[in-house]
Design a protein around this ligand. Structure first.
Ligand SMILES: Cc1cc2nc3c(=O)[nH]c(=O)nc-3n(C[C@H](O)[C@H](O)[C@H](O)COP(=O)(O)OP(=O)(O)OC[C@H]3O[C@@H](n4cnc5c(N)ncnc54)[C@H](O)[C@@H]3O)c2cc1C
Length: 463
């Protein structure tokens, strides 16, 4: 309590308090925020350094403009009930009310013949909730249902019941003889949205990891979790309030360019030539940023950051003059897009117009086709899938592309994902790309922050 009392009695900045440990975290995305909250305590001063003028990292939205009068997410994000570490953080900062939980799980698709199909799980304990949903769904034939049940059952327990020669999701689908219908409605969209990789590249064990947690633990783990506001209004405004009220310091616009390490101490130098140092450091930034520091470290040489592939996500955002459906989101099988999100409903906008975002995950080179091309593709899909009034107009449109939404972890490089420890005793790593055994998701980022913070606590001998 010594440090807190000193703070209360004198107007000094916390890091000047004798005996207080200082931890520097570089990177203000979910990984950095998770580590920061985990470390804040009366005897630890946490400083967060971020290169941009805002927190959130890859989780952000663009403000409304004259050309598009609503906020635009850089890509709609979804989470699941099995994102335990993320949900714990939202709870910690009183932000659970920003989330909409879909319970029980429901997946809906609109087919090329304009029919809608649903998989509506029940309230039964897992995995019977899913079995019930599959049993009653008209989206699949009986043969498909049996095939799905038997295939998913392989992920019930670890080690998964998979022949060792099966590496990718595509290998697995051909092994289980998945029908084109189950591939289009179930396997492909889930693989692409969870791993942001096509089945040809995605590792079946990574997908199995998420299926095992989502479908075979508690029924609450399979809930789909949406955000009830644009991304920039979610989590980080609350985080900032809580972090700063506990004496946390945030340095914006301080892109770190260099790390000097000498005799177990480190010094960070930012683009503005500001210097930062502390007792421990967490680098919660993407690997290519770390690579630029030219740190003389073995783990940097082992993992060839330059060779890491990147997987993109593209979204087409449209405002229509009238609403064409009311579900929060729909699958779009047999189309260039995976899902269509109903932002008017998800963000509770009271308007006659309808704001939709169509998403293409794990997109390939064609992402770079022109905006006009993708807007036309989106319009074609809408006009062919929904019974649309001929007067319907697209009032506003916008295309967003995240070319490096996630890194490509495949058969050759997955084992090289580094853990949070480095060869420097007081420097740690975090980020969705580090070794969490999870795909590159918000949950992986939050878990990595927690793991790095736990190592820092052990190193500094604090709890
Ligand atoms: C379009 C899109 C859709 C997605 N959809 C989903 C989804 O539906 N569900 C899901 O779970 N995940 C989704 N993801 C992935 C998810 O957003 C990421 O996994 C997560 O946000 C990564 O967090 P992070 O903290 O590891 O990294 P980042 O968010 O990349 O944060 C790193 C931070 O470090 C800062 N930084 C970098 N270099 C420096 C430097 N040298 N000095 C100082 N600061 C620096 C950056 O500015 C950034 O703020 C999506 C990603 C994108 C792009």
């Amino acid at each position: 309590m010594l440090a807190l009392e000193a703070l209360a009695s004198r107007k000094i900045i916390p890091s000047e308090v004798i005996g207080m440990k200082k931890v520097i975290i570089v990177g203000g995305g979910f990984a950095g925020a998770s580590a920061a909250l985990e470390l804040q305590s009366p005897n630890v001063q946490v400083e967060l350094i971020e290169s941009r003028g805002m927190l959130g990292g890859r989780f952000y939205s663009f403000p409304p403009t004259q050309n598009f009068p609503f906020p635009i997410d850089n890509g709609p994000h979804l989470m699941m009930g099995c994102y335990h570490e993320t949900l714990r953080l939202f709870k910690k900062i009183n932000a659970l009310s920003q989330l909409t939980m879909m319970h029980p799980l429901q997946l809906s698709w609109v087919l090329p013949n304009q029919q809608k199909q649903v998989l509506h799980c029940s309230n039964l304990p897992a995995p019977f909730h899913l079995l019930f949903g599959l049993w009653n769904s008209k989206a699949f034939t009986w043969k498909d249902k049996m095939n799905l049940v038997q295939s998913l059952h392989r992920f019930k327990k670890k080690p998964f019941s998979l022949p060792t020669h099966l590496v990718t999701v595509e290998d697995f689908l051909s092994y289980i003889k998945a029908s084109p219908n189950t591939q289009e409605l179930f396997w492909n969209p889930l693989c692409k949205s969870i791993l942001n990789l096509p089945p040809q590249v995605a590792l079946i064990r990574s997908l199995g990891e998420v299926f095992s947690q989502a479908f075979f633990q508690s029924i609450m783990d399979s809930r789909l979790v949406f955000f009830s506001k644009p991304l920039s209004e979610i989590f980080f405004p609350n985080f900032k309030k809580i972090f700063e009220s506990n004496h946390g310091l945030i340095h914006y616009h301080e892109g770190i360019q260099e790390i000097k390490i000498q005799n177990k101490t480190f010094e960070l130098i930012s683009k503005n030539q500001k210097c930062f140092s502390g007792d421990a450091l967490i680098l919660a930034i993407p690997p290519y940023s770390i690579h630029r520091f030219s740190l003389n470290a073995e783990w940097i040489r082992t993992l060839n950051f330059e060779s890491l592939g990147k997987s993109s996500i593209m979204s087409v955002h449209l405002v229509l003059s009238q609403a064409i459906f009311h579900e929060p989101f729909l699958g779009l099988p047999y189309s260039p897009f995976d899902w269509i999100f109903n932002q008017t409903q998800n963000w509770n906008y009271q308007t006659q117009e309808q704001y939709l975002s169509l998403v293409r995950s794990a997109s390939s080179q064609d992402t770079l086709n022109s905006d006009a091309f993708w807007i036309q593709e989106a319009e074609k899909v809408l006009r062919s899938r929904f019974k649309i009034n001929p007067d319907l107009k697209i009032l506003y449109s916008k295309v967003t592309r995240e070319m490096a939404a996630t890194f490509v972890w495949n058969q050759t490089n997955d084992a090289l994902r580094p853990s949070s420890e480095t060869s420097f005793q007081n420097i740690f790593l975090a980020g969705d790309w580090t070794q969490t055994h999870l795909p590159a998701t918000i949950e992986s980022a939050c878990l990595s922050g927690y793991l790095a913070a736990s190592k820092v606590k052990t190193f500094l001998n604090i709890n």
